[in-house]
Design a protein around this ligand. Structure first.
Ligand code: LLP
Length: 428
C-alpha cells in the first residue's frame, strides 16, 4: 500500500514502516493508544517542507508569504511558521489575537475579510499590521474614520474581484461576480480614488483571492492580467502601488489531483510581472491549504461494523463535528488503516456517530476492517480542526505535533467541563 500522504514536495512524512503507519518517527498506533481518538496529528517536518517549497520558489524575488491561518490556527503551527519567516493572513480579531500570542511580527500580517468591525480595525491599527485588504466602499470609509480617531494611518490594499473562474467547488470559489467578496474590478478605480482621498488611509496595494483548491495556472494568470491592467490605469490617475497580493488557493492532492507546485505557478507570475514592467512590486501570497493540508491526519477508531442490505458501514469515533469537509462539500479524504490487515476487503462507508445522514467521512472505500482498528483520515491538516464544533455535545479532539521521534500535545482534548463552561441555569 502506498500512502500518498506526502507534502507537496513529496517528502514522506507519513509512511508505513513494518506494516504500521507512522508520522515521521512516531507510531500512530501508539499515539492512538496513549492519547485516545479522535486525534489530529500533524508533522512538523511536513509543515516546514511545505513552507520551504514556497520560499525556495521565491529566492531572488521580493515576496511575503502570509499563511492563510484560517486553515489551521493552532498556536504551535503559527509559532512554527513565524519562526520560519512566514507572515500571516488574518480574517478576524480572534485570528489577530492568535498571531500575536504566537509571537508573530504584525508588520508581516495582512488583514482580509469582508466584514471587519470597528473594534477589529482598532486592534489591528494599534499593533501596526502591514495592511488591510479592504472589500467594499463602506469599509473604506469606516476604516479611514477609525484610523483618524486613533491618530493612525491605515495602509490599504483593495481586494478586487477579477471575475475569473477558479474552476473549483462553488463553495470555495470566491473570485466570481456573484460572490460576496471584493470590489468589482470595473469599480476599483473609483474605489481607489475614494481611498486615496481619505485622511486615514494610505493606498499601498491591490489584492485578490479567487478561490481554493485550484489546480490550474490559468485562473491565476487571468486574474494577474486583470490586476496589472488595473495598476496601469491607476498609474495614469497618479496612484502608485507597492505590492500585489495574489491570495492563496493552491490545491493539494486529496485523491488523484495533480497539484501545482508553487514554483510552477510563481515562475509564470514573476515572468508576467517582469514583462509588464512591474518586477519591482512586492508579491504577497496567502496560502492556507497548501501549507498544512497534507501535514495532518485525523486518527479515528472503528467502533462497529454494521452490515445492512444496501451498505456496509464502518462506524468510527470521529464525526462531521470533528471534520466537516465531507458533510459540507462532499469532499474526498483518503482513509488509511494504521495497521492494514491481510484479510479480504469490503466496500465500506466510513461514518460517525452523529445523528445526521450527512455524518460521513468517506464513502464506498475498499477496506479490510475489524472493530477496534485505527484509521487515519488523510489530508486533514487544513480546514479540519478549525472547522470542528461540539454538535451532539462532542468534545473537540486533541491536537498533536510530531517532531522526529517525539510528539507534543499542542491542544488538549476538550472535556465535559469545557463543553458547559459559560452556561448557567435559570434561577429556581
Ligand atoms: N486568503 C483569503 C482571503 C481566503 O479567503 C482564503 C481562503 C485564503 C487566503 C487561503 O486559501 P487556501 O490557500 O487555503 O485555498 N473551508 C474550505 C476552504 C475555504 C477557503 C476560504 N478562503 C475547505 O475546507 O475546502
Amino acid at each position: 500500500m502506498t500512502a500518498h500522504l506526502a507534502s507537496p514536495t513529496g517528502a514522506p512524512f507519513f509512511h508505513y514502516q513494518a506494516g504500521q503507519l507512522q508520522a515521521e518517527g512516531v507510531s500512530l498506533a501508539e499515539l492512538g493508544q496513549e492519547l485516545g481518538t479522535p486525534l489530529y496529528v500533524y508533522s512538523r517536518g511536513a509543515l516546514a517542507a511545505a513552507l520551504a517549497s514556497y520560499q525556495e520558489a521565491c529566492v531572488g524575488h521580493n515576496v511575503l508569504v502570509c499563511f492563510g491561518m484560517k486553515a489551521n490556527s493552532n498556536l504551535a503551527v503559527l509559532k512554527e511558521f513565524a519562526r520560519l519567516g512566514s507572515g500571516f493572513d488574518i480574517v478576524s480579531g480572534g485570528e489577530l489575537a492568535r498571531v500575536l500570542a504566537a509571537g508573530a511580527d504584525p508588520a508581516k500580517v495582512v488583514f482580509s475579510g469582508v466584514g471587519k468591525q470597528a473594534w477589529e480595525m482598532q486592534a489591528a491599527l494599534k499593533v501596526g499590521v502591514k495592511c488591510f485588504n479592504v472589500e467594499s466602499l463602506p469599509e473604506i470609509t469606516r476604516l479611514s474614520e477609525v484610523a483618524v480617531a486613533l491618530g493612525k494611518i491605515a495602509s490599504v490594499s483593495l481586494r478586487v474581484n477579477p471575475d475569473v473562474d477558479a474552476k473549483t467547488h462553488p463553495y470555495i470559489s470566491t473570485g466570481l461576480k456573484e460572490n460576496k467578496f471584493g470590489i468589482a474590478i470595473e469599480e476599483a478605480p473609483h474605489a481607489y480614488t475614494l481611498a486615496a482621498s481619505l485622511p486615514g488611509l494610505s493606498v499601498v496595494g491591490v489584492d485578490c483571492h479567487i478561490g481554493s483548491q485550484i489546480t490550474e495556472v490559468s485562473p491565476y494568470l487571468d486574474a494577474l492580467d486583470k490586476l496589472l491592467k488595473l495598476i496601469d490605469q491607476l498609474k495614469t490617475a497618479g496612484i502608485t502601488l507597492k505590492h500585489l497580493d495574489l491570495g492563496g488557493g493552491l490545491g493539494i492532492r486529496y485523491d488523484d489531483e495533480t497539484p501545482l507546485a508553487p514554483k510552477v505557478l510563481l515562475d509564470k507570475v514573476f515572468a508576467q510581472l517582469q514583462a509588464r514592467g512591474y518586477g519591482h512590486l512586492q508579491l504577497v501570497l496567502e496560502p492556507g491549504r497548501s501549507l498544512v493540508g497534507n501535514a495532518g491526519v485525523l486518527l479515528t477508531t472503528v467502533q462497529y461494523l454494521k452490515h445492512t442490505e444496501a451498505r456496509n458501514f464502518a462506524i468510527v469515533d470521529a464525526a462531521m463535528n470533528d471534520l466537516m469537509r465531507p458533510a459540507l462539500y462532499e469532499a474526498w479524504h483518503g482513509v488509511l488503516p494504521v495497521a492494514p490487515r491481510a484479510t479480504e476487503s469490503t466496500l465500506y462507508d466510513v461514518v460517525g456517530p452523529v445523528c445526521e445522514s450527512a455524518d460521513w467521512l468517506a464513502r464506498a472505500r475498499q477496506l479490510a476492517l475489524a472493530e477496534g482498528d485505527l484509521l487515519a483520515i488523510e489530508s486533514a491538516g487544513a480546514y479540519g480542526f478549525v472547522m470542528a464544533g461540539n454538535y451532539n455535545s462532542r468534545p473537540r479532539p486533541a491536537e498533536i505535533m510530531v517532531d522526529g521521534d517525539q510528539f507534543h500535545v499542542i491542544r488538549q482534548r476538550e472535556t465535559f467541563a469545557d463543553l458547559i463552561r459559560g452556561e448557567s441555569c435559570l434561577p429556581d
